[in-house]
Design a protein around this ligand. Structure first.
Ligand SMILES: NC(=O)c1ccc[n+]([C@@H]2O[C@H](COP(=O)([O-])OP(=O)(O)OC[C@H]3O[C@@H](n4cnc5c(N)ncnc54)[C@H](OP(=O)(O)O)[C@@H]3O)[C@@H](O)[C@H]2O)c1
Length: 186
């Protein structure tokens, strides 16, 4: 029953280019050969910010071609935005805004004994971290750099530092690190 940030980053700490492209990521390997299938099977609710959601909207055709649906998640999803965004037909989503604690309580109730996935972006994950609601990070580090882009986690996590739990090599283009967030005084 953990709240987990599961994401892939470039070696220099970006989860997307400045113009929200993920093309660099898909050349690094297939989701199905990663820890993703096992991870998503344990997820009961998920949250994402509007730029991540808008990527899904822009890439709906590609996503549908690859997964069979423009919205590949069966779990209920919370989309954070201050704007009115179009819904995706058939998707179990609700649009929310502001304090993440309210949404987290709703996600916890919906997820039951399963995990909560904070999809991203980095600042939204930071908002959960700021409220003491983030338990774990599972980060795939790609063997590439972007030079600039959307940051993995724009926060200072200095004290207590993250606890490194595992390191796994996935081919020659990815490494996966798992960390627990230590709760305590920042
Ligand atoms: N590599 C990976 O594994 C991975 C994982 C996740 C995402 N991504 C990609 O990385 C990029 C992330 O973009 P991003 O860093 O801009 O983050 P984002 O979280 O997707 O979007 C940020 C926007 O969400 C809205 N928002 C955030 N917190 C909010 C709150 N508490 N209340 C209301 N609205 C809130 C705000 O926009 P508005 O209010 O204007 O709507 C904010 O500008 C996307 O391109 C995504 O596709 C990659």
């Amino acid at each position: 029953m953990k709240t987990i940030y599961y994401a892939a980053t470039s070696l220099d700490g970006f989860i997307a280019t400045e113009d929200d492209s993920l093309d660099w990521l898909f050349s690094l390997g297939s989701l199905n050969d990663s820890s993703y299938p096992e991870f998503i099977a344990g997820v009961g609710a998920l949250a994402m910010g509007s730029a991540t959601y808008e990527w899904m909207l822009r890439n709906a055709e590609n996503v549908a071609a690859q997964t069979g649906s423009a919205w590949p998640y069966t779990q209920p999803a919370w989309i954070f935005s201050t704007r009115k965004l179009p819904a995706i037909a058939g998707a179990d989503i609700r649009f929310v805004s502001g304090d993440v604690r309210q949404a987290h309580a709703e996600m916890r109730a919906a997820a039951g004994a399963s995990n909560i996935w904070i999809v991203g972006g980095g600042d939204l994950v930071g908002q959960f971290y700021d409220c003491g609601l983030l338990d774990q990070l599972i980060i795939q580090i790609g063997s590439c750099t972007l030079g600039a882009g959307k940051p993995l986690l724009p926060r200072q996590l200095l004290s207590p530092v993250l606890q490194l739990r595992s390191v796994r090599q996935m081919g020659s283009a990815m490494a996966e690190l798992r960390y627990d967030v230590q709760k305590g005084e920042k």
